[in-house]
Design a protein around this ligand. Sequence first.
Ligand code: FAD
Length: 306
Amino acid sequence: MFWQESFGMQLEKFLSAEQFMLNAPMTEHTTFKIGGAADVLIFPSSAEEVSKIFKLVNMFSLPLTILGNGSNVLIRDKGIRGVVVKFTEKFFGKMRCDGEKIIACAGAELKSVSSFAAENSLTGLEFACGIPGSIGGAIFMNAGAYGSEMKNIVSKVTAVALSGDILEFDKRDLDLSYRHSIFQKNNCAICEVELKLQRGNVDDIKNKIADFTRQRESKQPLEFPSAGSTFKRPEGNFAGTLIDKTGLKGLQIGGAMVSEKHAGFVINAGNATAQDVLNLIEEVRRRVEEVYGISLSPEVRILGEE
Ligand SMILES: Cc1cc2nc3c(=O)[nH]c(=O)nc-3n(C[C@H](O)[C@H](O)[C@H](O)COP(=O)(O)OP(=O)(O)OC[C@H]3O[C@@H](n4cnc5c(N)ncnc54)[C@H](O)[C@@H]3O)c2cc1C
């Protein structure tokens, strides 16, 4: 495609060669290890670079997709047209501590930020230690576990709008609720997150992290690629329990399978295509609805060309 070459030439003016790729297979950039290629994949290293990239995207009239660690997405088999901007720990993962606050760049992984909080005797982020996402993705999803969620600890977010403008959001502007934030509507790229934590005892914090890690390892199929819980929690119920009680553990379509260990997870049991996963999601929804009259909706974000 001609535009890819000329877009690449524009990127070369302000990014290093390792910061962008053409025709990048998304199997390598998602925890599901599924997905066709992205036309252009970019790893920015500052909000200013993101702003420049967005201005170019507008100039070329390209579709834009934003990714963090790729742990809550299913990328379709045809891949992603246009530009994917991916926030990684390597290029966009700096963090610092200021009193009881932690300020982290969007690509910082939750496990790194929670260890950093522990090292600084700050409590409140332990719940996130085993969530394999970036801090930016965690704000976008209002990620949560073990009775807490990002909503409880975030105080400020800096983001870049599609226009290229750098904007600040106060906690009250974020519209955070169960697996929801304002960023699901406004197309901004989260670049920096400020967390307000509390002073705690290092040993207590580390013990809590160890305990949550043990619980996760015993209950979740971490040995297989997945995107975590496939479905949102339906009101007053648990998707995993409904799927289990419908007898769907182990149900397999192609390489996609309902985990035997945790029915809430669809896993890539070996060479699954996105279509296998989509077909399995549909089948699970149909059968749970038939038995319980409850319609499950996916928590996993489905991206890419249909
Ligand atoms: C084994 C496993 C366990 C999990 N356990 C949990 C759990 O306990 N609790 C939980 O809530 N989730 C869990 N998840 C799901 C996932 O890790 C979280 O939703 C996480 O917050 C996603 O972050 P990410 O960086 O991987 O985002 P991605 O998957 O890359 O993206 C998710 C969405 O966020 C958007 N996005 C990502 N980064 C940005 C950004 N910087 N700016 C704007 N938009 C952005 C993307 O466009 C996409 O729509 C689990 C996943 C796995 C694989």
